[in-house]
Design a protein around this ligand. Structure first.
Ligand code: 8DG
Ligand code: MN
Ligand code: MN
Length: 371
């Protein structure tokens, strides 16, 4: 007996870019468990296991109903024996013993805590763990540890940044960024991207793409934006990365987190009646603002569609778009371009729709990319 219908009458694709995944997740009980397993595999650099659980999570997120028994998984892609064993545990006992074990693991807890700081990656967290540290107090008390600028900001605004932002706060920020950008280049195009473009209610940051109708005029724009934000007194931290973009370079083979466009990672003061300030903090009484993370990226207009598709995410959707392009179409896709290896040409595009069309894929709207 089948309790769950796949989201389409045909067999569900193994590629997230051929599935429609909204923010409504009927299988959170399973995907939350898998997310712990993914993180644990990441900490242990077990790439294969990590990928397997990420794909399984993504498939479950795309289902139109809750999985109630293992029979429901019949015919679904990317669900192997390991993932099914975890799900069986949850179906029977309400939780997975494997996940419980990880959650109570000393190393997992420490790495999870340390990597929750903006600017602290797996390697740094591991180093601190090896020194025997388990708390922030212990790390900060060690004078031989020198924090970089990003990590300093990460600790300074830890509680604020951890809280993230809701949709209304993201809208306030959009207005601030738009206004600031338009005082510099009046016809610049400011586009909300990342999780909020996918319709998420909460985000750990807000992502924007800035470009200009006139090719090349976006150069230097981010530097001016940063100066204006500083002048407004709302710039708390910035990491400005210059463009290393090369028009002649072919798309990258591997899934890179970073692209070559000029970008900046910011921490800004968000002041608004809407903004909730954590009143438990000692300094909150004197504060009418909260620190929030903002990412800005500035591609040239000629490459806007590729940047938009790349920065809208989700990460799993991007990963599978690239995998689909390579394995099913013999094409290379990244945040900059799409290259047809058979025809040996780069395929240009003005819109995301054109990129999907080049790939022979049905268009998937941003809010259906929460894979
Ligand atoms: P969230 O912030 O709501 O937690 O989720 P998100 O918006 O999906 O995640 P994100 O970490 O803000 O990343 C948004 C997209 O940006 C994601 O699909 C990956 C993409 N991205 C790139 N290049 C880079 C980069 O250089 N740095 C970062 N942080 N993200 C990048 O394509
Ligand atoms: Mn984001
Ligand atoms: Mn981001």
């Amino acid at each position: 007996e089948v309790c769950v219908e796949p989201s389409s009458p045909q067999r569900l694709s193994q590629y997230a870019c051929q599935r429609r995944t909204t923010t409504i997740n009927h299988n959170k009980i399973f995907t939350d468990a898998f997310e712990v397993l993914i993180e644990h595999a990441e900490f242990n650099e077990n790439e294969g296991r990590c990928l397997a659980f990420m794909r399984a999570t993504s498939v479950l997120k795309s289902l139109s109903g809750a999985v109630r028994c293992l029979w429901d998984l019949e015919g679904l892609p990317c669900l192997g024996d390991q993932t099914k064993a975890v799900m069986e545990d949850i179906l029977e006992c309400g939780k997975s013993s494997k996940v419980q074990e990880i959650l109570s693991d000393d190393k997992y807890q420490a790495l999870k805590l340390f990597t929750s700081v903006f600017g602290v990656g797996r390697k740094t967290a591991e180093k601190w763990y090896r020194k025997g540290y388990r708390t922030f107090e212990e790390v900060l008390a060690d004078s031989s540890i020198s924090l970089n600028k990003m990590q300093k900001a990460g600790f300074l605004y830890y509680n604020d940044i951890l809280k993230g932002l809701n949709r209304a706060e993201a809208d306030v920020l959009s207005q601030i960024i738009e206004k600031t950008v338009h005082t510099i280049v009046p016809d610049a195009i400011v586009t909300l991207t990342g999780g909020f473009r996918r319709g998420k209610e909460y985000g750990h940051d807000v992502d924007f793409i800035l470009t200009t109708p006139e090719q090349g005029k976006q150069e230097g724009l981010l530097g001016c934006v940063i100066n204006k934000l500083r002048y407004q007194g709302i710039l708390l931290y910035h990491d400005h990365q210059q463009s290393t973009f090369d028009f002649k370079k072919l798309p990258s083979w591997k899934f890179e987190a970073m692209d070559h466009y000029e970008k900046c990672f910011l921490v800004l003061k968000l002041k608004s009646d809407l903004v909730e300030v954590d009143t438990r903090r000692d300094d909150a009484a004197e504060r009418d603002w909260r620190a929030v993370r903002v990412d800005l990226v500035a591609p040239p207009i000629s490459h806007f569609a590729f940047a938009l598709l790349g920065w809208t995410g989700s990460r799993q959707f991007e990963r599978d778009l690239r995998r689909f392009a390579r394995h099913e179409r013999k094409m290379l896709l990244d945040n900059h371009a799409l290259y047809d290896k058979t025809k040996k040409v780069c395929l240009s595009a003005k819109t995301e729709e054109e990129i999907f069309a080049h790939l022979g894929l049905e268009y998937i709207a941003p809010w259906e990319r929460n894979a």
